[in-house]
Design a binder for this molecule. Structure first.
Ligand SMILES: [Fe+2]
Ligand SMILES: [Fe+2]
Length: 277
């Protein structure tokens, strides 16, 4: 098996950035004096996006007193930060469902990413990091695996080798390709113009020396391990990484099992919200 790392980087550059509506809404919202009407107008042009935003505003996370049927009202309920994160998360979904021939693997990576995102959002308050940032980082963290899927015909082989050898994919990727999914993921997100907060943490999410320096990365590592322990995704449970992360976070067994049962409830609902292409 031979990988051409230069070719992968070149191909990765060609992957289209976020869909136009999401990009336009995000750029409008970057201005201090943007108008809500402008955002509502743009979003309303995309029916699927409108439906997802209404669903999200009516979901258990916001639990409004009455059903919200109006897009403007839904956007107000979500708030600026949640709307931005939702736009990026929903746009991301399209990458995972991009290639029919690899749909099974892509679905597994998406399911894993969504689970890590949900668990991170639950645990975020314990480490005092922003819940929206935590959720979005969970969605984005393994985007490099999707990029490998889209740019090389051999990534499923790496997945098989990883499974057979019972190791983490990181080393195998680095040996065979020259860089790993965290590195290419961070690189592509920076090229797409995502904030440094995200691409930097994605880039370092498998570097053990970073676990003690950055709470958001540490929370990502811990949540990633717990989701793998539930067997959701392509990787096995990495006990060493888990212990290293929890040395810093110091979560008790009770707190973790409470978070995991809360996770099961939320996942049952949100799975539907984010499912499908
Ligand atoms: Fe990863
Ligand atoms: Fe992961």
């Amino acid at each position: 098996m031979k990988f051409d790392s230069q070719m992968i980087i070149e191909k990765a550059k060609e992957i289209p950035p976020l869909p136009q509506i999401a990009t336009r809404v995000l750029s409008i919202m970057r201005k201090d004096d943007y108008s809500l009407s402008e955002v509502v107008y743009l979003v309303s042009k995309d029916l699927a996006l409108t439906a997802e935003i209404l669903k999200m505003a009516n979901s258990a996370i916001f639990s409004p007193k009455e059903e919200i049927k109006d897009l403007r009202h839904a956007i107000v309920i979500l708030g600026e930060k949640n709307l931005k994160n939702l736009l990026i998360a929903l746009s991301m979904k399209s990458y995972f469902y991009n290639d029919e021939s690899k749909i099974e693997l892509a679905k597994k990576i998406w399911e894993h990413s969504l689970c890590v995102a949900i668990l991170m959002r639950i645990l975020a308050k314990e480490v005092n990091v922003d819940t929206g940032d935590a959720f979005l980082l969970g969605i984005l963290h393994d985007i490099g695996k999707v990029i490998f899927l889209l740019t090389t015909p051999f990534y499923d082989e790496i997945v098989n080798i990883t499974k057979k050898s019972n190791t983490n994919s990181i080393e195998i990727e680095s040996n065979l390709i020259g860089f790993n999914h965290a590195e290419i993921g961070g690189y592509v997100l920076s090229k797409w113009g995502l904030p440094e907060l995200f691409y930097e943490k994605v880039y370092y999410h498998h570097v053990a020396s970073m676990y003690k320096k950055d709470d958001l990365i540490t929370l990502l590592v811990l949540s990633n391990c717990l989701v793998n322990r539930k067997n959701i995704g392509l990787n096995i449970f990495d006990e060493e990484a888990f212990n290293l992360a929890n040395e810093k976070l110091k979560f008790s067994d009770e707190l973790i099992s409470e978070a995991l049962s809360h996770f099961d409830e939320i996942y049952a609902v949100e799975k539907e919200l984010f499912e499908g292409a």
